[in-house]
Ligand binder design. Structure first.
Ligand SMILES: Cc1cc2nc3c(=O)[nH]c(=O)nc-3n(C[C@H](O)[C@H](O)[C@H](O)COP(=O)(O)OP(=O)(O)OC[C@H]3O[C@@H](n4cnc5c(N)ncnc54)[C@H](O)[C@@H]3O)c2cc1C
Length: 377
């Protein structure tokens, strides 16, 4: 069988690797002319690490030893039970450079079957095959189509027709810089909570630090006259060190800014010869650090379902049974996380932080278990 995959992000490349492993001929169509290497970090939880192992993809990563949650003034609120979680779920939690993960997946898939500058406009699904039309009018046909084309998926638009994603009311800025002189320990991350905002920073594998700042902003707001760096310095200037220093030491031209979106969960990702995967299926706010992990899980589950089921309809049904409820639950948890960060009222934010401090460790472990549970057969 021949599989067409829309998008060569983490989800599409992982799907390409998984489907090849099941013996499919795979062609991936990526809109960009090159695989973009975004300068940012990702936390990959044990469910994502296990999925990468199942795909046979090795990554350059740094084991996470600890993550502290603190207030914007520096008060310690809680420690994430990383060692316990790693033990319970049989794998490390790691920090990776997004570009390294993307490159590892791309190397594993290879150049053969990867079509760059291929912008999918629409598909046509008839009983015998599925055809895609590219922007330049080129046609390609296959036995199935996987829409892994991200937040504003063209495949989803045609398949589900459920409109634009939902703006969550916040914006996230991201940057990386050399770790020299920054008071952060290798293998450790810190997440500071403010009133309607948060900031996090963690070490990457190559002596670099990745940070991200989230604030409530109107949708589509452009950078002020001083650029992203100045905007950020103003918003985080009174925060505990090293927050202002991290921003100040970052090359302003390399700071990324994105509004945050998700979509209300749906009950179906597939119809006929077409299915969805990754952000195209279940975009989520970054709060749970799970979007890429869930995309990797999708890829493994889709490959496995295609191997096990007698036909395509059965495979998509099995894929959805394994993935849909679980991914939807993580979307809901991420959204809850995003709402809790958005609490602006200092009194309510203080109550949130106080509850965090009092949260028994076992409750936190159970909460993380719910996100990380191994996919069920
Ligand atoms: C700030 C931030 C921090 C995050 N942190 C984490 C984290 O710590 N851990 C974690 O697990 N996840 C994290 N995530 C989520 C994670 O980045 C995403 O969930 C994941 O990258 C989704 O991968 P994807 O392949 O589904 O989509 P994308 O990465 O969006 O890839 C889609 C691809 O499809 C291509 N495309 C789009 N339209 C077309 C078309 N019409 N034709 C052809 N190609 C097309 C795009 O160019 C793109 O290459 C974070 C996200 C953000 C924004």
């Amino acid at each position: 069988m021949k599989a067409l995959v829309a998008g060569a992000g983490i989800g599409g490349l992982a799907a390409g690797v998984a489907l090849r492993k099941t013996g499919h001929e795979v062609e991936i169509f990526e809109r960009s002319n090159e695989l973009r290497e975004i300068g940012a970090g990702l936390m990959i939880w044990p469910n994502g690490v296990r999925a990468l192992e199942a795909l046979g993809v090795g990554i350059k990563a740094l084991k996470v030893e600890g993550v502290s949650i603190r207030s914007w003034r520096g008060a310690r609120l809680m420690e994430l039970p990383i060692a316990e979680i790693s033990k319970r779920h049989g794998s490390d939690v790691v920090f990776v450079h997004r570009a390294d993960l993307q490159a590892a997946l791309a190397d594993s898939f290879g150049r053969d079957g990867l079509r760059l500058g291929a912008d999918i406009r629409r598909f046509q699904d008839d009983a015998a095959q599925v055809a895609i039309t590219l922007r330049d009018g080129t046609l390609a046909t296959g036995d199935l189509l996987v829409g892994a084309d991200g937040l504003r998926s063209a495949v989803r638009r045609q398949l589900l027709g459920d409109g634009d994603p939902t703006f969550l009311g916040s914006t996230i800025w991201r940057g990386t810089l050399g770790a020299e002189g920054i008071a952060l320990r290798p293998g450790h991350g810190v997440n500071w909570f403010g009133n309607g905002s948060e900031f996090l920073a963690f070490f990457l594998a190559d002596e670099r630090i990745y940070w991200a700042g989230v604030t409530k902003e109107p949708k589509g707001e452009k950078a002020g006259p001083g650029g992203h760096k100045q905007d950020l310095l103003e918003r985080f200037e009174h925060w505990v060190e090293p927050v202002p220093s991290l921003i100040a030491a970052t090359d302003g031209r390399a700071i990324l800014r994105n509004d945050m979106y998700d979509r209300p969960p749906v009950r179906q990702w597939s119809a006929g010869r077409v299915t969805l995967l990754g952000d195209a299926a279940h975009p989520m706010s970054p709060n749970a650090g799970q979007g890429a992990c869930q995309a990797l899980e999708d890829a493994v589950a889709l490959g496995d379902s295609l191997r096990r089921a007698p036909d395509l309809a059965g495979a998509f049904e099995l894929y959805e049974r394994r993935r849909l409820r679980r991914a939807n639950r993580v979307v809901a948890m991420s959204r809850q996380g995003s709402r809790s960060v958005q609490i602006e009222n200092p009194l309510l934010a203080g109550i949130r932080d106080g509850l965090g401090r009092l949260l028994p460790r076992w409750v936190l472990v159970r909460m993380l278990d719910a996100t990380l549970a191994a996919p069920r057969d």
